[in-house]
Structures are given as structure tokens and as C-alpha cells.
Design a protein around this ligand. Sequence first.
Ligand code: MCU
Length: 416
Amino acid sequence: TGTTTAPSNPPQPSTTLSTSRVTSTPPTSTTPAPGGGDGTPSNCPAVPDGLGTPVSNALNDPFTFHGGGKVSTKNDWACRQAEISQLLQKYELGTLPPKPPSVTASFSGSTLSITASENGKSISFSVTINNRPSGSGPHPAIINFGTFGGLPVPNGVASIMFNNDDIAQQQGQSSRGRGKFYDLYGSSHSAGALTAWAWGVSRIIDALELTQAQTNIDPKRIGVTGCSRNGKGAMVAGALEPRIALTLPEESGAGGSGCWRIAAYQKSQGQNVQDSTQIVQENVWFSPNFNNHVNNVNALPFDHHLLAGLIAPRPVYIMENSDMEWLGKVSTYGCMGIARKQWEALGALDSFGYSQVGGNSHCSFPSSQQGSELNAFIGKYLLNNPSAGNTNIFRSTGNVNFNLNSWSPWNVPTLS
Ligand code: MCU
């Protein structure tokens, strides 16, 4: 057993939803930018108030700032990611709190116990680390949300079992504000369950950083996965936590890898697709603030291609199911086909995979995605094997009829 206490927090850039400047001072440490993005932005343009110009029958331009300026460098991209994260938190996800002043952890048997304290309140939760590889290490691990589905994880990679419902419940409307996140931050905190779970993932990584000598798990090689509602959680965790090395959302559908505008368009054509108006009735995945926008998603300054873009250029492999439109056959294909252009702009197409197949029931992982796709991503990005296979993947076996270019009427720059 080892017990380690976090050193007192270095000053961190604010994650509040200030609309003045993302940050006006140069970075003071190598702490990753909170709220998404791989770099610490410097000299970012101010984010104007308001929703901006509506975008209809197309997805928002990733490469134009909310205030109208163009994104032309990788540093601009880090600024744009910080801006997109702010906008997503403000209008859809709710606020992601920064790391609490005290995070402590201990590891015993296979249980990693975590305590986070702030403002005189404390919460504790634990995760189980299964299949810890023997041998020198440190070894990579995949954080697995909840109980739906689950991926076949190859040898050499541990599985960290995360009971996300313990952090934020998802049992319909009555579970709003319930769970340990809300015990710490108050039941009327703006964060929806997806954001609360991402906060929990960040605390797991904090704990892995504190206990590496005991766990022999490498906090720099952590993947995250979950299926369906928990796939939405995996996607949001990968987007909001830049320490996630590999994001593996399984059948996340609407609210994950699907785009609101595409679903709204399909619904107008009479298709039975999950859309924004339905999803906020069904559950508490999003902030209550999102309710104000679900009837007019064209007004939003983002869609979920930009949520995915918070991951770029880090690696992501998105698995979807072509058998039911409800699960986002078209809305995820179109959304992620356009999201992919962000990895293209960054010269990182080897880090982007979208694979949609059918014939498997919801959340039962199909073997057709295992050998040459999932194993290639895990091999290359968690097991450090550069020859693990091709990871530049965009495919559907579902004969999807969707015009990616007409829905993305903007240029893709080469970001230097
Ligand atoms: C695909 O994820 C959800 C979906 O959004 C819901 O509408 C449906 O009820 O449940 C799916 C799920 O989480 O299945 C386990």
C-alpha cells in the first residue's frame, strides 16, 4: 500500500467561462491547458459574448475563431480549442471545475482509492485495476466506464474499472445533481453527467500520477472507453482531459460522435434518429443550460465535430453501429467524417479512426473491428509499437448517403 499526497497546486489558468481573454499571461508551467487542447495557449484572441452567426445545413468552421479571425498555426489551434471548450461548457456541457486543491490517493490489492477535497468538503471513490501486466513497466491502461459493452483489451494493457454512475447518476430526470461530483460542488452545479464523469477521469489520472511507484501504471499512456451513454462519456473525457492518450468511444451515437444539426435535419425528413430535443428529456447527460438551445441547434457556435476536435491531434478510434438510425448511423458518419478534417489540418490522419459496421447487437463489440483496427490503435498508441498496423481509418459498411463536403463548406488549412 502506498499513500501519497499531491503537492499544493501550482497556479493554473482559469477554467471559468470568462468571455474576455482565454489567457493574457504566458504559461507559467508545463501544466496542460485545462478544458481541452494539447498546448497551453498564449496570446489567444478574446472570445466574444453571444452565440454568433447561425450555421444551417452545414457544420461550424473549425478554422475560424468565434470572433472571425482565421486559424492558421498550431498555436492558433490550441487557442481555438480552448475557445471551443469554453463555448461547449457554457451552452451544452456545463462548467468543468479545475483540479481541487487537495487530491490524495492510495493503492492496495487492486483498488485505487481517491479523495478530492475543496472548500471544506471531501469525496472519496475508488476504481479497480484489473489485469495489471507483470514485468518491468510502467504499463499502459484503459479506463473503462460502467457496465455496458467493453472492449477486448490485449495483453500488456491493464483495465481500470470506473463506476461513473457513482460520480454522477444517470437514471433519468430525477438523478439531476446526484452523485459524488455534486456532493462536492453542490447539487445545482451547471455540469451535466458527462462533464462530471470527465472530472472523475481527471482525478483518476491525478491518482495514477501519485501512485505510479505502487501501481506500475504509466499515467502518460492512459486510454478511455465506454459504450453507448458511457461512450458519450468516453468522448467527452477524451475531449476535456488532454492527458488521455487514446480515446475509444464505442457506439456513443447522439450526444457523443453524432452531430445535433445532422440529426435535426434527418428528423425534418421523418427519420427516427435521436436528437437534441429528445435527449434532454431522456437523461441528465448535459447541463440544464443546454435546454435553452435544443430547439434551435443551428444557433450553436459548435457541433460535435468540434467536441471531437478538442482531441486533435491526439489519437481517437470511434466505433459505431450501422444497424439502427437511433444510434446515429448517418449523424455519426457525417459528424466524424467532418471532424476528421481537423486531424488532416494537423497532419495527423494516422491518429484518427472512424469505423461503422453492422450485424452486432448494441454494445457487443464486433470482431471485424478488432484485429486490424482496435489492436492497431492500442498497439501503436498505448503499447508503443509503431508497426501495429494502419490507423488512418474512415469506413462504414452501411452505405451511408451523406455529402461530407456540402456540410463543410470551408477550407481545410495546413496548420504549421
Ligand atoms: C446510444 O446511447 C444511448 C442512447 O442515447 C439512448 O437513447 C438509449 O436509451 O440508450 C443508449 C444506451 O446508453 O444504451 C445502453
